[in-house]
Design a protein. Sequence first.
Length: 197
Amino acid sequence: MYTRVLVTLLICLFPLCGMCGIYGYVDNRGVYHFTNIKPTRKGYQVVVPDRPKMLSTKSINNVNNDRYDSLIFQHAFNHGVDPSLVKAVMKAESNFNPQAVSHKGAQGLMQLMPDTARLMSVQDPFDPDDNIRGGAKYLSLLDQTFQGNLELILAAYNAGPNRVKEHKMNVPPIEETRNYVRRVKDYYNKLKNPDER
């Protein structure tokens, strides 16, 4: 509850800070600490990026939906995931449609399969808050499993982690998966570098 309030407050105040970034960490007592000065010590994560338009710029083709940005920031921060990655996956998976259902049964904004949703403790896959939390948590798990290798993380999100492991920690030779990895990386790069076209 308090986390959501803090992150929402930070995002509401965000336009007032111009081009500054906001960084945060949680200490061993569970206390949240935030600063707009780029930290030199380890443990801080970017809560709000240096570029205010990173997640909501209108100049990015097809990736400019900012409706869920506060939830993306909140859950990305809580699970140690780049918010741009969460948003890029969401764009590729559901095109920001919280009621999306795939022909394979994936549901909601992050298109969680029922087994994955259960594993991530998602109660209602069509609730944006619950779905984004589950998707960010799953991306965090994949990030740990594949040691930060973005292509493998995305391939595992699309085809499943076992498929990636079966192919000796390589992107499986599945056309849909290879196209998915390219598409999400393209969205991700546009979100990270909005001034580059």
